[in-house]
Design a protein around this ligand. Structure first.
Ligand code: ZN
Length: 372
């Protein structure tokens, strides 16, 4: 039977929770990860009306992009919309899972979906992040080195951009002297040994660490495996907020705005002065994106499409690009489709007990902002 944890594990392949920002609250917010799933409702927000929709469709797992519990809960009296949604979910045995900034920081996430809707080409992450990479170095007897390397690669180590199976290797000599409790794979306890060893070094994304250490432990012949792991300051060019890419053909700002309005079904676009005669390079960031205005300018974008810009933010364009605020909900609206498409594609591999038709896109509009 398909459990909640089977579904969330698939989501975490798309956006590991270690991608989430520190301020965020992501993962399984409500419910039991061993519960058998009857259906998955995918929504942008988990309001009381979303829980109602889950009940209506007999779904007992809500995958919500925004976390309904964000700052913490001290009381559960049903006095506000957060408490009411959580109470209703618990009463009806409905689990709630949120990934929020983990999906924002995924190169296949929120902003990538915006870029896809705009048919952007040659896309890259707008604000690549540091802190996601680690390096493992281990020392293995020569006859075991190949098997260990292979196991590390299979666990996900050794990926650099378009390359896989990346490692650095040296031959050297290791020494050890085992005490009476030791079980040396080579040599004898109580005797100083010198053994030809390979130094193997690979990088990996930090969320893979348990898997990689397990692979090392399973394949290394020594009873005590020597290794070190260090955190790297390298920027990971596939993890971070926002996406930048190019239109196939440059458009006039007027025509671009027309197509933007159509694609995102916008009532209005708030924008800074039209300081460009044509739009070719486009930066996008779903949700509140004022923090990335400078990066968008530095990336050479003609326009930066995001949401929640304040009055003074629009001055920051400085005539170097056009800032366009299309609305928070509007910018993120296709995230639900992305998740439904992703889970529907994955489901045959992991959950034959759950038919594809049980992955359901929420219809209920959770946008709190209305236009007159
Ligand atoms: Zn958002």
């Amino acid at each position: 039977m398909t459990k909640v944890k089977h579904i969330t594990a698939q989501i975490e392949e798309l956006c590991p929770l270690t991608y989430a920002e520190d301020f965020d609250n992501v993962g399984l917010l409500v419910g039991d990860d061993m519960q058998t799933v009857t259906g998955v409702l995918v929504a942008l927000d988990c309001l009381e009306s979303t829980v109602d929709e889950a009940i209506e469709h007999q779904c007992n797992l809500i995958v919500s992009f925004h976390p309904i519990i964000f700052k913490g809960l001290k009381k559960l009296n049903g006095k506000n919309y957060v408490e009411r949604a959580v109470i209703k979910a618990i009463k009806n045995d409905i689990a709630i899972y949120a990934m929020h900034t983990a999906l924002d920081n995924s190169f296949k996430g929120v902003s990538a979906k915006m870029g896809e809707m705009l048919d952007l080409q040659n896309t890259q992450v707008l604000m690549p992040q540091k802190g996601h990479l680690r390096k493992l170095t281990t020392y293995a007897p020569e006859n075991a080195a190949e098997e260990i390397r292979t196991a590390l690669f299979e666990a996900g180590a050794g990926h650099i951009g378009n390359y896989s199976h990346c490692s650095f290797n040296l031959q050297g000599e290791g020494t050890y002297l085992g005490n009476e409790h030791s079980e040396p794979a080579i040599g004898d306890k109580g005797k100083l040994e010198t053994v030809g060893e390979n130094f193997i070094s690979v990088i990996f994304e930090k969320h893979l660490e348990p898997k990689i250490l397990q692979a090392l432990d399973d394949t290394h012949p020594y009873d005590e495996v020597a290794y070190d792991i260090v955190g790297l300051e390298n920027v990971h060019d596939r993890i971070g907020m926002g996406v930048i890419g190019e239109l196939k053909q440059a458009l006039s700002p007027h025509n671009f705005f027309e197509s933007l309005k159509r694609t995102f079904d916008l009532k209005t676009i708030r924008h800074s002065e039209i300081s460009k005669t044509e739009i070719k390079k486009v930066a996008v960031l779903g949700g509140s994106g004022s923090f990335a205005i400078e990066q968008a300018i530095n990336s050479g974008a003609d326009i930066y499409i995001t949401a929640d810009l304040k009055y003074h933010d629009f001055y920051r364009a400085e005539g170097k690009l056009i800032l366009a605020d299309i609305g928070h909900y509007e910018s993120e609206q296709f995230t639900k489709n992305l998740l439904v498409e992703y889970l529907t594609k994955k489901i045959t591999n992991f959950a034959p007990a759950l038919p594809k038709s049980r992955i359901i896109l929420a219809k209920n509009n959770t946008n709190p902002i209305n236009y007159f």
